[in-house]
Design a protein around this ligand. Structure first.
Ligand SMILES: Nc1ncnc2c1ncn2[C@@H]1O[C@H](COP(=O)(O)OP(=O)(O)OP(=O)(O)O)[C@@H](O)[C@H]1O
Length: 249
């Protein structure tokens, strides 16, 4: 089943085109790593998916067959959740910070919430000592896991991850990727369909570890959209081969 279809998407600002005729299909349950040089348009693409970027000039994005523009924006963002480079922590306990997402029009019955909460803590590797610490005192890696827990508590089937490990050290980042790996392929809450991940990363080893497919973008164009192994072992384009070679230096 197709989770997302992007058709001839064009984005531009002040007459300058940032994304040019992007078309791609994303299967339910897949993990897509989005790679490419700085300024390629990766974040712009991700933000287009849940309408965080206002620059669309043409084309369409369908989530489960319906144009994202036709959804109520809160419903859309609850289902296609954006995870930023750094999760924002508010005053209060970690538990309060995680349960904050329940305020955003969730569809769960009260008795379902507690069960889901317990599952989410396990899935996002949130231990009791993290819960007991004020959220603002948590380390960067712990805060990112709290951010993920919030998204899971909303039951979002699609996670849009914009460089979630960029501000983490290598060890913490590896732990965070282990958490994502555990989540991968797991059923989304409620509808039983699998979770789908789109993650921007500059760390190719993370893409290799997590992704089913790699989407490489450069200067607003798709360079390659291929399965992970093929991308790393037999890139189909000269440009992808050069990109991989440069990263290996
Ligand atoms: N609101 C905006 N107005 C004008 N230009 C914009 C806007 N948003 C993005 N851009 C431009 O679009 C281009 C692509 O930006 P984007 O953030 O999508 O790139 P990126 O591939 O995510 O880069 P990075 O890897 O450095 O985060 C950049 O040149 C950026 O300046």
């Amino acid at each position: 089943m197709l989770e997302l279809q992007i058709k001839d998407l064009c984005v531009g600002y002040n007459g300058k085109e940032i994304l040019h005729n992007i078309s791609l299909d994303i299967e339910n349950g897949s993990f897509i790593a989005i790679v490419g040089p700085s300024g390629a348009g990766k974040s712009t693409l991700l933000k287009q998916i849940n309408r965080l970027d206002p620059g669309k000039t043409g084309g369409s994005i369908l989530w489960r067959g319906k144009d994202v523009d036709d959804y109520d924006v809160h419903e859309l963002r609850r289902n296609l959740a954006y995870v930023f480079q750094k999760a924002v922590m508010f005053n209060g306990t970690t538990e309060e910070n995680i349960k904050l997402s329940l305020k955003y029009g969730h569809e769960f019955k009260p008795d379902e919430i507690e069960a889901l909460y317990q599952t989410v803590l396990e899935e996002a590797s949130i231990s009791q000592d993290i819960l007991d610490t004020p959220a603002q005192d948590l380390s960067g890696g712990q805060q990112q896991r709290v951010g993920i827990a919030r998204v899971l508590l909303m039951g979002s089937p699609v996670l849009l991850l914009d460089e979630p490990t960029a501000s983490l050290d290598v060890e913490t980042s590896n732990k965070f990727c282990q958490t994502l790996k555990q989540l991968k392929g797991g059923p989304a809450a409620k509808d039983g369909k699998k979770r789908t991940f789109l993650m921007i990363t500059h760390r190719l080893e993370e893409a290799k570890f997590l992704a089913d497919k790699i989407l490489m973008i450069e200067a607003g164009h798709i360079v390659e959209y291929t399965d992970c192994e093929t991308f790393f072992t037999h890139p189909q384009t000269q440009r992808a081969a050069e990109f991989l070679k440069a990263q290996a230096l």
